[in-house]
Ligand binder design. Structure first.
Ligand code: T4K
Length: 369
């Protein structure tokens, strides 16, 4: 077996020979950004692929979170999860909103809906859960709580491109959902993202907010930001969209082999497929029980590195331990035992379209030893 590096992920790239004619067209037309032809085509194509009615493209997956909160005029406190990429909580900070962390489900790492009610105060205006690793949150329970207390729900669906529950897009749930199209994601536009909403009015407001708040040449209705996707990345995204089904199928094969290969390894747990869910296999986290496995998570992480296998500890450290947030009352480790346990035991194994059988075998053998 070779020992070439196996990275945690490798980007999906469109065929260069198909990209060049798109670039030539953009060069000819000299329309580079600001809701150009490719931008409009990609929004339409994504609505069709994802089976949603209203989607706004963004320049990354963080700005749609910030914009969703502005668009829904969220203030005060928002209930969220500490087990995510730091952008989730930073979006609250950028809006002057206080994050209130609640603990997560020990199996999936998603927000534990049974812990949400106890965190609601008179200042709570919304819930910001994350579909971690693309596994759906308990959307039914979250919706019930939100309806009971009159709260908005924004799902950070950065990992959940193409995920469905019972044949319905996961993006239909909540008031709004956000996606990331970063290079490391199942579907990428190099950098990019989107905000999904459920009405033409909301989409219009979002489109104003992502363009400085401009409604027309001389009218600004809100202190918007600049988060428009340019034509080159939109064209790249159109091409990558043609490849994403094959990419997901390839990832599915890798996930199946990991599950078979690691099934009987003592002290290694993974997340099983969830019934009635169309998964996108965006990540393959394993959780190491050091007592049963024999060595710690960090020792396994280092040993894999020595073998040129680069996993990542997504999501360690927890967001609640970072300096801007650790003094919050809700960040106290004893209030977040499950999130801490997952963060201290997780390694995401390499996962990308086109991982060879040999690579997958090397990873499995690396974990087994
Ligand atoms: N919400 C959630 C739940 C998120 O997970 C994220 C982002 C966001 C919101 C915000 O979305 P964006 O604003 O980022 O669109 C990565 C990504 O930068 C980030 O998008 C992602 N989540 C997070 C989980 O992971 P890093 O710092 O771990 O990536 P990096 O550069 O170390 O790359 C990992 C590996 O991927 C490299 O070792 C090699 C490979 N790689 C990476 C890049 C960028 C390539 O082969 N080619 C590449 O171009 O953050």
């Amino acid at each position: 077996m070779s020992d070439k590096p196996i990275m945690v992920t490798s980007p999906l790239l469109p065929p260069l020979e198909e990209f060049i004619p798109y670039l030539e067209d953009i060069w000819k037309k000299k329309r580079l950004t600001n809701n150009g032809e490719y931008h409009q085509r990609l929004e339409k194509a994504l609505c069709e692929y994802l089976d949603v009615l209203h989607l706004s493209l963004f320049t990354n997956g963080t700005l749609p979170l910030i914009t969703a909160l502005q668009s829904l005029r969220i203030t005060g406190e928002v209930i969220t999860t500490p087990y995510s990429f730091v952008a989730t909580t930073h979006a609250l900070w950028w809006n002057g909103i206080k994050p209130v962390f609640v603990d997560v489900d020990p199996l999936t790492g998603n927000i534990d809906p049974d812990k949400i009610e106890a965190a609601i105060t008179t200042k709570t205006s919304a819930i910001l859960p994350v579909h971690v690793y693309g596994n759906p949150c308990d959307v039914g329970k979250v919706m019930k709580i939100a309806d009971t207390y009159g709260l908005k729900v924004i799902y950070d669906a950065a990992h959940a491109f193409g995920v469905q529950i019972n044949g319905r897009s996961i993006l239909e749930y909540g008031d709004m959902s956000t996606l990331s199209f970063h290079a490391t994601k199942v579907y990428n536009t190099i950098e990019g993202g989107a905000l999904i909403c459920h009405s033409a009015e909301d989409k219009q407001r979002i489109d104003h907010l992502k363009n400085f708040g401009f409604v027309d040449e001389i009218t600004v209705v809100a202190p918007g930001i600049n988060s428009k996707m340019d034509e080159i990345r939109a064209a790249y995204g159109l091409l990558n969209l043609k490849k994403v089904d094959d990419a997901i199928a390839s990832r599915q094969g890798t996930a199946r082999r990991y599950r078979e290969g690691l099934r009987d390894v003592p002290g290694i747990r993974y997340i099983d497929e969830i019934e009635h869910v169309r998964h996108n296999y965006s990540y393959f986290p394993i959780f190491v029980d050091s007592n049963e496995y024999g060595i710690s998570r960090d020792d396994l992480y280092s040993r894999l590195k020595e073998k040129n296998i680069y996993g990542r500890r997504y999501f360690y450290p927890l967001i609640s331990t970072f300096s801007p947030y650790r003094s919050l009352e809700s960040a106290a480790p004893d209030k977040l035992p499950m999130a801490n346990k997952l963060a201290d035991s997780v390694i995401c194994l390499p996962m990308s379209a086109g991982l060879s059988d040999e690579d997958v075998e090397r990873v499995i053998e690396g974990v087994k030893r």
